[in-house]
Design a protein around this ligand. Sequence first.
Ligand SMILES: N[C@@H](CCC[C@H](N)C(=O)O)C(=O)O
Length: 281
Amino acid sequence: MKFTKMHGCGNDYIYVNCMEKMVKNPEKVAIYVSDRHFGIGSDGLILICPSKVADFRMAMYNADGSEGKMCGNGVRCIAKYVYEYGLTDKDKISIETKGGIKYLDLTIEDGKVVLVKVNMGAPILEPKQIPVTIGTDRCVNEAITVDGKEYYITCVSMGNPHAVTFVDDTDSLPLEQLGPHFEKHEAFPDRVNTEFVQVLNRKEVKMRVWERGSGETLACGTGTCATVVACVLNDLTDHEITVHLLGGDLYLNYDENEDTVWMTGPAAVICDGEIDISGLE
Ligand SMILES: N[C@@H](CCC[C@H](N)C(=O)O)C(=O)O
């Protein structure tokens, strides 16, 4: 299987061009290629597929083989891939995902995609749709006990479920220990991605993330969208913020009038390669 390893702010995936031929058993392939010791090493697998309703379709799998409905860093990387590998010459493209069609604007310099701005669509706040069992109309600043300690969460779906909790200091968090307790908490019937957010000022926050199905990652695009929405709902920041992640910065704008979140950030190619997956197909 030919692949390209790419990352968006350190959130790395193995990308496969499936425009001609689909990968069989993508769940098993995701587990295999993601392994950082016995595979290639990544946060998961992303397939670039043909679409009947958009320019391209994304299928994404976490490192544990579970399917995710959306991936913010993933759609930016797909934009870079399809332009730089000659699948399109357009600087505005659409990508179908299980979380809806996303519209992307590519900034191109010397034939390279240096920045991608994505219309990530409307945040979903209704608890049943997220899904989370806490809250009636919304789950904003609601108490939850996780591993014996009380936290306050604001829940947002950006096609996939997120719980945002505000903390004093992201650096000192024992995420390896805490993350799984949030992910598998009974309040989240489909598990959850959790963002731990330290507000620096009205325009900047620091964020660490524990991703459903992949563990701690260096960045999560949909997680930053959930974060800006949670910040606004709790009146902690302006609508336009910079999110500092372990792997870099993303720029977010929650346009409440249009009910949409804009995410802008980079995408990078790490390498191209080929791997034998014949035992998995
Ligand atoms: N890293 C992603 C989100 C990937 C999917 C997530 N782990 C899920 O299962 O919902 C992003 O950049 O948004």
